[in-house]
Design a protein. Sequence first.
Length: 426
Amino acid sequence: MLQSSSLPPVSILAPAFNEEANVVDNVRSLLTLNYPFYEIVIINDGSKDKTLERLIKSFNLVEDDTLYHNFIETQAINAVYVSKNKSFKNLKVVDKINGGKADALNAGINICKNELICSIDVDCILEGDALLKMVKPFLSGKKKVIAAGGIIRIANSCVVEHGRIVEVRLPDTYIARAQIIEYFRAFLMGRMAWSRIDGLLLISGAFGMFDKNAVMEAGGYNTNTVGEDMELLVRMRRRMREKGEPYSVGFIPDPLCWTEVPQDWRVLHRQRNRWARGTAETLSIHRKMIFNPKYRILGLLSTPYWLFFEWMAPIVEFFGLAFFIALLFLGQLNWVFALSFFLVAYCFSVLYSITALFFEEYSFQQYKKTDQTFKLIVAAFLEPFFYHPFVIWAALKGNIDLLRGRKAWGNMVRTGLGKQDINETE
């Protein structure tokens, strides 16, 4: 594919907010991707630190006086920078007033020049051949492909050199290991299955590729929701279905992107709180699709699943536990039934996680050492007692915050991939 001259050019859009500690190394990593035709658009979303200054100094940037159309309304753009160094000729940096991640991506869409856009988190690490693999669905020619996603892996504790994962290590903390199991279930089992039946409703905001025209026709990212990645894909799919135009959403079952996950319970709570609010907002916006046969798989299977098993499940679990405690205090508990039910649910939960772990070991084998596999198995056995109840509480709190009208992302603290602490507020 690298030798082909017919590969479509790609624009990589990476919003950056207070990323001075990582941004230069991450941009250098993006500049070394194995793909013949691509540009990088870094959107500095009103950073309060030296993110912009570091980019200007490191890449010899100067202001570009080219005029750009504001196809999608965004916060004001202060300046667009390009490099005087020919080695960085495919790099653009946009400086704008802070408007959040969705607004930053919309600004990048307005300024980028290619028909395929790839949205990423600037702190993520892409595999060298990530673009080559991600573009494959767009080359099929059978149906119009409006979007494609891939598998996301966890980079905590991994050895990173020059923006590349050189050694995969298991995280030191239990909370990060539990998220590894969770990601195995979500990507190796969940999203691969949904993509097989063309029912995928979510492409991770950490790394996804889109048809630019389809995104612009749908109106770009929604700045009024904290779940902009899911809402955009659902809106695009709904629009294509209402137009009656054949289309598909691709999924690459390969680890293409590595990202850092929370290693602190408070930060994890903020993240899952936001995810719960984003899910509820998306389902509310597109409630017309739920149980609507007009949307086929999306209406009869995908959206009902997200309604009952993603949004309502934490609420049902919480009230189920409250009812159990009430029966316990009232002396109305059938211990034989309760313990039997608990044992079945617990064994099913662990079996599901172990199966996902088996899929990983059978396919990609990122964790090759026996002790790493053993630690992940232990995390799977402990998850129903510690990690899962916490995630349920965070999701429940997210729904409460949604009713209160909370819209903020919250303060996300990252330890950095081999770097000092980084504070991010969106």
